[in-house]
Design a protein around this ligand. Structure first.
Ligand SMILES: *Cc1c(COP(=O)(O)O)cnc(C)c1O
Length: 492
């Protein structure tokens, strides 16, 4: 393809993308294909002769799109929002245009320097304190593929720090702490590194948040057994219910155990820190007071398409000491003298994508006020949905709504009824919600935050949910005196 052909095909591709977005709402949210559908449609091997671009683009429409679940659909309320914005897509095009692996400063100075600047912008936007900024000369931020990579990187750095402080302790004595509500990234990191893991219990009465006393008791117990907890992965906004671990207490307890690294995983909820009114709830003050590392994903609620996981550390030397294996051929004068960052020493891989460009496009195009408006819209929509649930005779809130996440279930019903309810809900093609289970209770999650989601989509989703709930209850003969209950009810 030459430049003029690319110009033509590029315009055509943008047209197709625009048509996709213009018709998005008419599509089923969830892909309706059967497993293995695609292999049947595609040739068994590479075509002998190259094909014209029109033909390939047509196959995308005909073969690929039916197998897509539309995460950008305004009625997508499953898992967590995963926003792609046009601003971020345009940034990606430029990043791809200058494609380079960016592992050190010399690869492309702008790729490293922009990441440093954008990570400082984002840190300030979220209210992270000076220590986490590159300008502090001590801390700084790095963009990773996912929150799982960010956590794994934090665990590697924490392990190396602990081993330097306690060279006599063998690896099999080290323990990673999570809670029973921590995302599987904790278990994954421990598995990859061959380390033990301990999931600390959380209680429904504490809204599934880890308490300081539970953390302390576990450390004391492990120490007696000759085991060495060296990192706690705390969560701000758990995946299941949006729980916020009690960092006020945890950081306080942590002062007695300065060798234990505190990593805060705020993959989904962290971007809400851009709005001052959510900072107390998200424990910003305590993150600033005591977290060694903090991660959030701009590729979820943060208007930037995958991948854009942002990780900040208070002490960058702890990352680079753990991860620097600079061979001679990669050494540069600028890096040796500490003049520049070589990001390959801040993460696991060598090569890396130019991720900061799309985030830079988003932050510039939206501005702080635009970013905040997007977050506030999601929270307001979740509150609307929660209030509708509370008014329904068929449904009840399970845990207090957390930012843009609402967890609910059938009113006064057992696990089996809730499973049936969710089964019916999952049959719907016009809305998409997912479920979770907390301490044995089966619940449905409603995760808001889509760029294209408007109030009417929230109301439609509620109508669907309520209709399905009513039908489930009627089917199961549980519908006795619901009206009476609807009047004299108290909400939990
Ligand atoms: C989504 C989520 C993750 C996983 O994020 P990846 O970037 O896919 O690894 C981790 N933790 C929490 C709390 C999440 O919501």
């Amino acid at each position: 393809m030459d430049i003029e052909e690319f110009r033509k095909q590029g315009y055509a591709a943008i047209d197709r993308i625009c048509d996709y977005y213009a018709t998005l709402e008419e599509r089923p949210v969830v892909s309706q294909v059967e497993p293995g559908y695609l292999r049947k449609l595609l040739p068994e091997s590479v075509p002998e002769e190259g094909e014209p671009m029109e033909q390939i683009a047509q196959s995308f429409q005909d073969d690929i799109l039916p197998g897509i679940t539309h995460w950008q659909h305004p009625s997508f309320f499953a898992y967590f929002p995963s926003n792609a914005t046009f601003e971020s897509m345009l940034g990606e095009m430029y990043a791809t245009c200058v494609n380079n692996p960016g592992f050190n400063w010399t690869c492309s100075p702008a790729a490293t320097e922009l990441e440093g600047v954008v990570m400082d912008w984002a840190a300030k936007m979220l209210g992270l304190q000076e220590d986490f900024l590159h300008t502090s000369g001590k801390g700084g931020g790095v963009m990773q593929t996912t929150a799982s990579d960010s956590a794994l990187t934090a665990v590697v750095a924490a392990r190396s720090r602990y081993q330097r402080a306690h060279p006599d302790i063998s690896l099999d004595k080290l323990v990673v702490y999570t809670t029973t509500q921590t995302h599987s990234l904790g278990a994954k990191a421990a598995l990859v590194l061959g380390l033990s893991i301990r999931a600390l219990p959380v209680e429904a009465d504490d809204q599934y948040a880890l308490r300081g006393e539970v953390f302390k008791a576990a450390v004391e117990e492990d120490k007696l057994k000759g085991r060495h907890p060296f990192i706690l992965i705390a969560t701000v906004g758990t995946t299941s219910s949006g729980a916020v671990d009690r960092l006020d207490e945890i950081v306080d307890v942590g002062k007695d155990y300065p060798d234990i690294w505190i990593h805060v995983d705020a993959a989904w909820a962290g971007v809400a820190l851009a709005c001052p009114e959510f900072r107390e709830q998200a424990m910003l003050e305590h993150i600033n007071a005591g977290a060694h590392s903090f991660c959030t994903n701009f590729h979820k609620w943060g208007l930037t398409h995958f991948d854009a996981s942002t990780l900040w550390v208070r002490n960058r030397a702890l990352l680079t000491t753990a991860l620097d294996i600079t061979p001679e051929f990669l050494r540069t004068k600028a890096a040796d003298t500490g003049l520049v960052i070589d990001y390959r020493n801040w993460h696991l891989a060598l090569g890396r994508r130019f991720r900061s460009l799309k985030l830079w496009f988003v932050l510039r195009a939206y501005g702080l006020s635009g970013f905040q408006a997007h977050i506030r819209k999601g929270v307001a929509q979740a509150q609307l949905f929660a209030s509708l649930i509370q008014q329904s005779p068929y449904l009840q809130i399970f845990t207090p709504p957390s930012l843009s996440l609402v967890v609910f279930r059938l009113r006064d019903s057992d696990e089996a009824a809730n499973r049936v309810f969710f089964g019916h809900l999952a049959d719907r093609a016009d809305v998409y919600l997912t479920h979770t289970e907390m301490n044995g209770k089966f619940c449905v999650r409603f995760a808001v935050g889509g760029v294209h989601t408007e109030e009417k989509h929230i109301r439609h989703a509620f109508e669907v949910v309520e209709e399905v709930a009513k039908r489930t209850i009627e089917e199961r003969g549980l519908g006795v005196s619901l009206e009476a209950e609807a009047e004299g009810r108290t909400d939990n």
